[in-house]
Write a protein that binds this ligand. Structure first.
Ligand code: FES
Length: 145
């Protein structure tokens, strides 16, 4: 027989709030069952899923990407070390690109420290040579992850 945990037990063990559990559930990242009294109960392996979710978020992976990754795993078991290794490998290239982009921004920031003009003509942090105009209106440099 599988031991089921209450939301407060899961929250305490995983270091998250009960409302975070509800949020993750609404987002399709974890699942629960219901008691006869319509109270949530979680299988113990939800703790590994939560560790996976929290660790992924900590390195900047979006909830949508985490959901996609978790969807490749069987629902009847916790993510394993091998799962984490395989899934995190997928994200490595995107993380490398993000790091490189942030390093470029940091380097460009050197010339802006103490300036504050944010000039469209001279500031390297502003859309250089309006190169992004062809991509459409609005902010184009927001991180897609
Ligand atoms: S803020 Fe002035 S050059 Fe960037």
């Amino acid at each position: 027989m599988t031991t089921l945990l209450t939301p407060s037990q899961v929250a305490e063990r995983a270091g998250v709030t009960v409302s975070a559990l509800h949020f993750y559930e609404r987002e399709g990242l974890i699942t629960s069952t219901r008691t006869a009294g319509n109270q949530r109960r979680y299988r113990r392996d939800v703790l590994r899923r939560l560790a996976f979710i929290r660790t992924s978020q900590r390195v900047g992976i979006s909830l949508a990407q985490i959901r996609d990754a978790l969807a490749t795993l069987p629902l009847d078991r916790a993510p394993t070390k091998a799962d984490w290794s395989r899934l995190s490998q997928r994200w490595r290239a995107a993380l490398d690109e993000r790091i490189a982009r942030l390093q470029r921004l940091r380097d460009d920031l050197d010339g802006c420290i103490g300036c504050g003009c944010l000039s469209l003509r001279t500031c390297r942090l502003q859309n250089p040579q309006d190169a992004l105009a062809s991509e459409g209106p609005g902010p184009r440099l927001l991180d897609p992850l």
